[in-house]
Design a protein around this ligand. Structure first.
Ligand SMILES: [Zn+2]
Length: 447
């Protein structure tokens, strides 16, 4: 028996090749896919399982975040005013090291809840050192789309307790990838996730890349060139720039996603372009950790794939794609001029470009017939939104004037995960209470 839903919105921002905005059009969903667009005047069949009359709401594709840390949400507000290496050494590595399965489960639930409530339907997670199966299982159970995997660390000069042996790391990821890649009806995929160059041996970085080749559709996800202190250390160790080093050991290609790339030379950008490597830009985290401003207009001009992520809650301190879109635009204007990073560019970076970066563009990222029904209904008639009904201001209204609060309903794979601002997955109050309890216990476990 097929499940059928008809959504009749005020308008549809398709994010398709022509950036069409459709009015007086309904979207028909059969099971997990968008099956057709129907002009409102031609709706004859009323025989749907569900008809959503959303004439005051705009239908947009679900947002895609290409760099998040689900394991860190529990640590929000506990690691402010530090630069990257101290932030890791003094706070984040000790915190992550103290995770139990229970605390990891609740931080993952809190993260997914916050992401869904803000309209994010696909994520790429960095994972943490232990219990990768807990995060992957939660992605399956929640119904969201995403990639996660075990975060790989086999050297740790910053916090020596937080690492594993190269051999164990490789054994663990093989088992996890085998069990979880393409699980949850294909929504959940494995990401091979070396933490960053300073926490991995060359053997681990290379072997992980080799292993990945057996899992079509998986990604290689790591951090690169985030802060000056980090790249100085990389230069000292390898006499190379960060991206240059990755290139020299053969881990860059079109299935590699590098978070940040704040500090890169023109030679490194050429390598990124040649290898078609994807960049996850995290402007809030880059500002908050004082890392710097990535030259994103330059990346875009050079044809390098750039998409967006909120990074971790302790360096942001929230997970809203709206903040990232807005900030990614604003920080560049004083440097590159007011005509760069317009709202439409940002909106596409957070939707269809995100899908392309993860090789999911045939499934998600735009509202088109045949694609998965990963959809968001957003209210743009709020008192703080634009008062114009013109299509010209629609992207600006979303990128510059909206927040997660504007998101009303969220669907992934044809299932409502948020409806009328109520999560269909979690009881928010309950997981917040559990989170507080788990955090208290976790902090006690840190020596
Ligand atoms: Zn990160």
């Amino acid at each position: 028996m097929k499940k059928t839903i008809l959504i009749i919105p005020k308008r549809i921002i398709t994010c398709d090749y022509e950036n069409r905005i459709l009015k007086d059009t309904a979207v028909e969903i059969i099971d997990d896919k968008i099956s057709s667009f129907i002009p409102v005047t031609e709706i004859v069949n009323q025989n749907y399982n569900e008809i959503i009359d959303a004439k005051n709401l705009t239908l947009i594709p679900g947002f895609i975040q290409t760099h998040v840390h689900l394991s860190q949400t529990l640590f929000r507000g506990l690691a402010d005013d530090l630069s990257l290496l101290d932030w890791l050494r003094l706070k984040i590595f000790p915190f992550e090291n103290a995770h139990s399965k229970e605390s990891l489960k609740v931080t993952t639930q809190l993260s997914i809840n916050e992401l869904l409530m803000g309209g994010t339907t696909t994520l790429l997670d960095m994972g943490t050192l232990r219990y990768g199966e807990v995060v992957l299982q939660e992605l399956i159970d929640a119904g969201i789309r995403g990639f996660s995997g075990k975060c790989l660390i086999d050297i740790n000069d910053l916090y020596s307790d937080f690492k594993s042996s190269t051999e164990d790391e490789l054994k663990d990821i093989e088992a996890l990838a085998k069990n979880f890649h393409n699980s949850g009806e294909g929504r959940v995929k494995y990401s091979f996730s070396p933490r960053f160059v300073l926490s991995c041996t060359e053997m681990l970085l290379k072997e992980t890349k080799n292993l990945m080749q057996d899992y079509s559709g998986s990604v290689y996800h790591t951090h690169s060139s985030e802060s000056i202190d980090e790249i100085n250390e990389v230069r000292k160790r390898f006499q190379k720039e960060n991206v240059e080093y990755f290139n020299s050991i053969g881990v860059l290609d079109d299935h590699t996603v590098l978070a940040h790339c704040v500090h890169t030379s023109s030679r490194e950008r050429k390598m990124l372009k040649e290898k078609d490597t994807r960049i996850a830009h995290c402007p809030s985290a880059n500002m908050k950790l004082g890392s710097g401003i990535a030259s994103i207009p330059q990346y875009i001009k050079e044809g390098i794939s750039v998409t967006l992520g909120a990074d971790g809650a302790p360096c942001n301190n929230n997970l809203s794609i709206f903040n990232e879109m807005r900030l990614a635009s604003l920080i560049q204007k004083p440097i590159h001029g007011t005509d760069v990073m317009d709202a439409k560019t940002l909106f596409r970076m957070a939707t269809i470009e995100g899908a392309k970066a993860l090789h999911l563009e045939n499934e998600v990222g735009s509202i088109e017939v045949g694609k998965k029904a990963d959809l968001v209904l957003i209210d743009l008639d709020n008192y703080s939104n634009s008062y114009s009904d013109s299509d010209d201001s629609i992207y600006s209204d979303i990128v510059f004037s909206s927040s997660a609060e504007n998101v009303k309903s969220v669907m992934v794979d044809g299932n409502w995960l948020v409806k009328d601002r109520k999560s269909q997955v979690y009881d928010s109050q309950e997981i917040v209470a559990k989170g507080r309890e788990q955090l208290k216990d976790l902090l006690k476990r840190i020596k």
